[in-house]
Design a protein around this ligand. Structure first.
Ligand code: C2E
Ligand code: MG
Ligand code: MG
Length: 751
C-alpha cells in the first residue's frame, strides 16, 4: 500500500466535503427544478451535453488549452433553462465522462468519480448564483443589452473558472503533495480562455435563439459543431503534418549527420589505409632485401651459402672457358672432430666455434676469394685466378695452420683441425656441382688418410668415385631384383661346443661382380638411406627363417638369431614399431631375437641409443654391443645401457696369441662384462689355441671360422642336424676359409 504523506491526508476529507456540497447542490437544484420549463429542447441539450460534450474537445494549436463543447452546452442550459437544470446536467455529464474513462481502463477511484461530478455541480451552482446576482435572473432576458450580455458572459465564465479550477487544484495538489498555488498556476491557469470562449459561444447562440428560434439555434449549433469538428480535424491534420514535417526534417538531419560522420570516417579510413600502405610498402621493400640476403647467406656466420657459392662457381667456369690459361680452384674444408666438440660442449659453443673459424678463414684469403659455409662444419673456398697449382696448396696449408691454432671460447680452449679436398679447373668442369663433388671426394680421402691434411682430386679418385656411383645404382636395383641373401654363422657355447644360435649376415650376389662383402656395400647403403628397406628385409627374413627352424624340432627352439642394426636404423622413431610388426608377422618369440649394434654407433649417440635400446629391451628382445673394443666406450655409459651381451671384436681375438698384453685386454673385457651382468661372445675364433685361451678365461660364447663360416640357410640346417647327431672332426685352420665351406660345418662338435 502506498504511504500517505504530507498533504495527501487531506485528499479524502476534501473530496468528501466537495462531494457533500455537490450533493447538496444537486438535491437543492432537483428540489427547485422548474418543471414547467422542461421541454424537448432541454432534453435535447441534456442528451447532447452528456453523450457528446466531453468527447468534443479541441486543443488550440500551440497552446495546451482544450475547449470542451460540454462547457459551452452547460452555459447554454444555464442561460436558457436556469441554474437548476445546468447543475444537474453538469453533474450528470461529469459522472458519465468519469465512468466512460473508467471503462477505458483509466484508473479513477470511485470517490474521484463522485468528486468530479460534485465539482461540476458546485462550480455550476456558483456560476448560476453569480449570474443571478448580476442579472437578477438565471435566465438571460431576450432583450438584454450588450453590456448586460457581456457582464453575464464574464461573470459566468469567471465564477465557473474560479470555482472548478480552484477545487480541482486543491484536490490535485493534495494528491501530489504539492503547493496549491503552484499546481493551479501550472495546470489550470491557462484554461481560463476556454471558459471565456465557451461562455461567449453560449451567449452568442442564446442571443441567436431570440432572433431565429430554438431549433434554428440547434441547427446552427450542429453546423457550428460540424465546422468545429472539421476545424479540429483540420487542426489535427495540420498538427500531424507539422509533426511529420518535423520528423522528416529530423530524419533528414539525422541522415545528413550520419552521412557527414560516415564521410568523415571514410576519409579517416582512407588516410589510415594510405599510411598503412606506405608503411607496409616500406616494410616490404626492407624485407625483400632482407629475404634476398637471407636466401644467399648463412645465418650463423653471414658467409655466402651454397646457392651463392654455386653462382660464383658458375661464373668461374664460364671465365675459364672464355679465357684460356685462366684457372680456379675449389677447396672443400671439413673440421675434424667437430661433432665431438658439439656433442661434448654443446651447440652454442659449437656455433661460436664456427663463427670464429669463419673469421680465421677470412684472414687467410684475399678480398676476391669467395668463402662459403655449405652447412654444418663444411666450408668451401673459391680461389679464382691463380698461376701455379702450388699457390693453391700454400693457401690450403695456411688455412690448416690458422685453424689448428688454439681458440678460446668462453674461457675454454678448443683445438680443432681441418681436412681439405681440392678440385682444380684443369679437370675441365662444366657444372658447379661436379667441382664440389670432386673436392668433397678429395676431402674424404684426406680424412681417410689421417685427417688434418689436404688432398687434390685426381684420376684414381675419380675412378673410385665413378665405381662407387655405379655400385650405388646397382644397390638400388638389387633390392628390386632380390639379389640379397641372408647367411647364418653359428654362435657356439664354448664349454659344450653346442650351437646356441646364429648371426644373420647379409650377402649380395652381384650379377657381374659375384659376391660383394657387406663391408663394401653396407656403408654405401647407409649413406644413401637404402639401409632402411634393406635392414628391414634382413630382419624379416631372419626372423621368418628362425621361426621355421623352431618349428622343425623341439631342440631348435633354443636357437636365437642375431641381426645387425645400423646406426641409421637406430635413429628411426618407428624402429620399435617395425620390429614389433615383424615379430607379429613371423610369429617369432622376441626372446629368440638378438639385435647387434656396433659399439661406436651406440657411444656416438648415447642418449638417443639409451632411449631406443630401452624400448627394444622392453619388447623382450636381447641386445648386444658389436665389435666391442674398437670404439671408445665410456664406462659411465656402458652400465646404463640395457645390454645383454658384449661381442669382443675379432682384432683382439686374433692378437691374443701375440703377447700377454692382448690376452690381458680380453681378460679385462670379460671381467668387465661379468661385472655389468653381461654375457661375452668372442668374435673371429679361428684357431684351437684361441679357443683354449678363451675357455681358460671362462668366455661363454664364441663365433668364428674355427666352428663355421657364415652359411646359407640350407647349409645351416645341415649344420644343426650334424651338431645334433654329435658327429666329430677337427677343422684344419690352415687355409683361409670361404663362406659356405662345408669343411668347417662340424668344427663345433670336436670340443
Ligand atoms: P659383424 O657384425 O661384426 O660380423 C662379423 C663379421 O666377421 C662377418 O663379416 C663375418 O663373416 C666375419 N667373421 C666371422 N668369423 C670370422 C673369422 O673367424 N675370421 C674372419 N676373418 N672373419 C670372421 P661379414 O659378413 O663380411 O660382415 C661384415 C660386417 O657387415 C658385419 O660385421 C656387420 O657389421 C655388417 N653386416 C653384415 N650383415 C649386416 C646386416 O644385415 N645389417 C647391417 N647393418 N650390417 C651388416
Ligand atoms: Mg654383428
Ligand atoms: Mg662384429
Amino acid at each position: 500500500m502506498k504511504e500517505v504523506t504530507g498533504k495527501q491526508k487531506y485528499v479524502l476529507p476534501f473530496a468528501a466535503l466537495v462531494t457533500a456540497c455537490g450533493a447538496v447542490a444537486c438535491i437543492f437544484s432537483a428540489y427547485n427544478f422548474p418543471l414547467a420549463k422542461f421541454d424537448l429542447g432541454l432534453l435535447l441539450l441534456a442528451l447532447l451535453t452528456v453523450l457528446l460534450g466531453s468527447r468534443l474537445t479541441m486543443q488550440l494549436p500551440s497552446a495546451k488549452v482544450h475547449v470542451s463543447v460540454s462547457d459551452t452546452l452547460i452555459f447554454i442550459i444555464l442561460l436558457l433553462y436556469g441554474g437548476e437544470a445546468a447543475v444537474l446536467i453538469a453533474a450528470a455529464e461529469a459522472l458519465y465522462t468519469s465512468f466512460r474513462f473508467r471503462s477505458r481502463g483509466i484508473t479513477i477511484r470511485f470517490d474521484g468519480v463522485l468528486f468530479n461530478a460534485a465539482l461540476m455541480a458546485c462550480s455550476t451552482f456558483l456560476s448560476a448564483w453569480a449570474l443571478r446576482s448580476s442579472l437578477g435572473s438565471a435566465i438571460i432576458p431576450l432583450q438584454a443589452d450588450n453590456v448586460a450580455l457581456l457582464t453575464a458572459v464574464c461573470v459566468m465564465a469567471l465564477v465557473q473558472y474560479a470555482a472548478s479550477t480552484s477545487l480541482a487544484a486543491i484536490y490535485t495538489a493534495c494528491e501530489a503533495n504539492q503547493g496549491v498555488w503552484t499546481t493551479w498556476n501550472k495546470k489550470y491557469f491557462p484554461t481560463s480562455l476556454t471558459y471565456f470562449a465557451g461562455a461567449a459561444t453560449a451567449t452568442g447562440l442564446v442571443t441567436l435563439k431570440g432572433l431565429i428560434g430554438f431549433y434554428a439555434v440547434i441547427a446552427t449549433a450542429t453546423a457550428v459543431t460540424i465546422s468545429y469538428l472539421t476545424l479540429r480535424r483540420y487542426i489535427n491534420d495540420l498538427k500531424a503534418s507539422v509533426s511529420q514535417a518535423e520528423q522528416a526534417e529530423h530524419a533528414r538531419a539525422e541522415v545528413e549527420r550520419a552521412r557527414a560522420e560516415q564521410a568523415e570516417r571514410h576519409v579517416d579510413e582512407l588516410n589510415h589505409y594510405v599510411a598503412e600502405l606506405k608503411r607496409t610498402t616500406d616494410e616490404l621493400q626492407t624485407s625483400k632485401e632482407h629475404f634476398r640476403h637471407a636466401a644467399f647467406h648463412d645465418a650463423l656466420t653471414n658467409l655466402p651459402n651454397r646457392a651463392l657459392f654455386t653462382d660464383h662457381l658458375k661464373l668461374a667456369i664460364e671465365r675459364t672457358k672464355r679465357q684460356p690459361g685462366h684457372n680456379f680452384a675449389v677447396l672443400f674444408m671439413d673440421l675434424d672432430r667437430f661433432k665431438n666438440i658439439n656433442d661434448s660442449l654443446g651447440h652454442i659453443y659449437g656455433d661460436q666455434l664456427l663463427v670464429a673459424i669463419s673469421q680465421r678463414l677470412k684472414g687467410c684469403l684475399r678480398q676476391v676469394d669467395v668463402i662459403a659455409r655449405l652447412g654444418g662444419d663444411e666450408f668451401a673456398v673459391l680461389l679464382d685466378g691463380f698461376t701455379e697449382p702450388n699457390d693453391v696448396l700454400r693457401v690450403a696449408e695456411k688455412i690448416q695452420k690458422a685453424i689448428s691454432e688454439p681458440l678460446t671460447i668462453d674461457r675454454n680452449e678448443a683445438f680443432t683441425s681441418a681436412s681439405i679436398g681440392i678440385a682444380l679447373s684443369s679437370t675441365g668442369y662444366e657444372r658447379p656441382e661436379d667441382v664440389l663433388r670432386d673436392a668433397d671426394t678429395a676431402m674424404y680421402r684426406a680424412k681417410d688418410g689421417g685427417k688434418a691434411r689436404h688432398e687434390i682430386f685426381d684420376e684414381v679418385m675419380y675412378a673410385r668415385a665413378v665405381s662407387l656411383l655405379n655400385l650405388e645404382n646397382d644397390l638400388r636395383r638389387a633390392i628390386e631384383r632380390q639379389e640379397f641373401e641372408v647367411y647364418y654363422q653359428p654362435i657356439v657355447t664354448l664349454k659344450t661346443g653346442g650351437v646356441c644360435g646364429f648371426e644373420a649376415l647379409l650377402r649380395w650376389q652381384h650379377p657381374t661382380r659375384g659376391m660383394i662383402s657387406p663391408a663394401e656395400f653396407i656403408p654405401l647403403a647407409e649413406e644413401t638411406g637404402l639401409i632402411i628397406p634393406l635392414g628391414q628385409w634382413v630382419l624379416e627374413e631372419s626372423c621368418r627363417q628362425m621361426r621355421e627352424w623352431h618349428e622343425q624340432s623341439l631342440a631348435n627352439r633354443m636357437l636365437t638369431v642375431s641381426v645387425n642394426l645400423s646406426g641409421k636404423q637406430l635413429s628411426r622413431d618407428d624402429l620399435c614399431q617395425q620390429i614389433k610388426l615383424i615379430l607379429e608377422r613371423t610369429g617369432l618369440d622376441p626372446r629368440s631375437l638378438k639385435l647387434e649394434i656396433t659399439e661406436s654407433v651406440v657411444m656416438d649417440n648415447a642418449d638417443l641409443a639409451i632411449n631406443m635400446l630401452q624400448q627394444l629391451h622392453n619388447l623382450g628382445i636381447q641386445l648386444s654391443i658389436d665389435d666391442f673394443g674398437t670404439g671408445y666406450s665410456s664406462l659411465s655409459y656402458l652400465h646404463r645401457f640395457p645390454v645383454n651381451n658384449l661381442k669382443i671384436d675379432r682384432s683382439f681375438i686374433s692378437r691374443m696369441g701375440l703377447g700377454d698384453e692382448n690376452l690381458e685386454i680380453v681378460r679385462t673385457i670379460i671381467m668387465l662384462a661379468r661385472n655389468l651382468g653381461m654375457e661375452v661372445i668372442a668374435e673371429g675364433i679361428e684357431t684351437k689355441e684361441q679357443l683354449a685361451q678363451l675357455r681358460a678365461l671362462s668366455c661363454s660364447f664364441g663365433q668364428g671360422y674355427l666352428f663355421s663360416v657364415p652359411l646359407d640357410a640350407e647349409s645351416a640346417v645341415a649344420l644343426i642336424r650334424q651338431v645334433q647327431q654329435n658327429a666329430a672332426a677337427l677343422p684344419s685352420p690352415a687355409d683361409a676359409p670361404r663362406d659356405g665351406d662345408s669343411k668347417y660345418l662340424y668344427s663345433s662338435l670336436v670340443m
